[in-house]
Design a protein around this ligand. Structure first.
Ligand code: NAP
Length: 329
């Protein structure tokens, strides 16, 4: 179960942590800041990260795709200069390798490039962003279907393990992996993935995956814990969550985040607004009731992020991606 974090912002609640990874990693803060922002305005993201660190956030989630690595590095350095954090060591930094970098000989150079952007010696967690490989090139979204190539999972994971052994990634993990893909990985891994970062919230509860990961000792981090950044948002507009929120005197966002925490998962939530950053941390000194939990368990399930969502709509792919769609209930 989660433990309480040591160092936090003044007047703000402590963020709990979850133990993760049998290797050299440190615990994962239960609430972290997501830095994928659309549209991406670097100065705004940098200022948000600094504000989050001041409030007590200690987990920053970035990726080579998001273009936010530089902002993360600069904000952490500024926070250290201002005494907001004692040093970079206090912050848990996650970054990810994009599909076009998902090749055995590109893993280490891609991490070095990320570290260069971050101006850091190591990341706390390095993730394979998707179990999808595309022709080598700069990280781009969407991925052209015609660029998809078969992924060398064994070779990629050996290179991830090398990143860990070199001390450049304290922990290594994956993202958007189904139980089937995880099984495939566990069969060949010398160092098992410490974390699987996946879409998870009351509208996409991932029960099967959570059970599987618990059994295998893989920590789950929820992304899009508030339903993601599109206009229609099934989490923030959920009537069930709204009803619970009114009864509890908490916001709908807090109900969603608290529910995730109670499942034993950490989360990375994105907001550019200081008040919301603060609100999203305030989930540790109260709990849902059994009736709330039952109501949430009855919410019809809907998955927002599909592998087709990261691909260009046109062109044909020579690789069958159907097995990658994480529609596991
Ligand atoms: N591994 C992957 O494949 C993957 C995929 C998607 C995302 N991620 C990671 O997960 C992070 C979070 O997911 P996400 O960006 O999809 O969205 P999210 O965290 O679910 O947030 C969705 C939206 O909710 C709003 N919001 C935040 N706090 C709120 C509150 N208290 N009340 C009302 N609205 C609130 C934010 O808008 P404002 O900024 O206007 O507050 C934000 O745009 C990303 O930034 C990224 O780091 C990873």
């Amino acid at each position: 179960m989660a433990s309480s974090a040591g160092s936090v912002g003044k007047g703000c609640p402590e963020i709990s942590e979850f133990p993760a990874g049998a290797t050299a990693g440190r615990p994962v803060p239960a609430v972290g800041l997501g830095t994928a922002s659309f549209p991406f305005v670097e100065e705004d993201v940098r200022a948000t990260i600094l504000a989050a660190l001041e409030l007590g956030y200690r987990h920053l989630d970035t990726a080579s795709l998001y273009r936010s690595e530089r902002a993360v590095g600069e904000a952490v350095a500024e926070a250290a200069r201002r005494g907001v954090v004692a040093s970079r060591e206090e912050v848990f930094v996650t970054t990810k390798m994009w599909c076009s970098q998902c090749h055995p000989d590109l893993v280490l150079p891609s991490l070095r490039e990320s570290l260069q952007n971050l101006q850091m010696e190591y990341v706390d967690l390095y993730l394979v962003h998707w179990p999808v490989a595309a022709k080598p090139g700069k990280p781009q979204f969407p991925v052209k279907r015609e660029d998809i190539v078969p992924m060398d999972l064994r070779g990629v994971w050996r290179a991830m393990e090398e990143c860990h052994r070199l001390g450049l990634a304290r922990m290594i993990g994956v993202s958007n992996f189904t139980t089937t893909k995880l099984q495939e990985l566990l069969a060949i891994a010398e160092i098992p993935p410490a974390v699987n970062q996946v879409e998870m919230n009351p509208i996409w509860q991932q029960k099967k995956l959570i059970e599987f990961c618990k059994d295998k000792g893989i920590h789950v981090t929820a992304y899009s814990p508030l339903g993601g950044q599109s206009m229609s948002n099934a989490v923030l507009q959920s009537e069930v969550l709204e009803e619970i929120s009114k009864a509890r005197g908490k916001s709908v966002a807090q109900i969603s985040l608290r529910w995730i925490y109670e499942q034993g998962a950490s989360m990375v939530a994105k907001s550019l607004k200081r008040e919301r950053l603060k609100e999203n941390m305030e989930i540790f000194d109260w709990e849902l009731g059994d009736e709330d939990r039952f109501k949430i368990s009855q919410i019809p399930q809907h998955k927002r992020v599909r592998v087709t969502g990261i691909l260009s709509p046109e062109d044909a792919s020579g690789v069958d991606l159907a097995e990658l769609d994480i529609v596991e209930m």
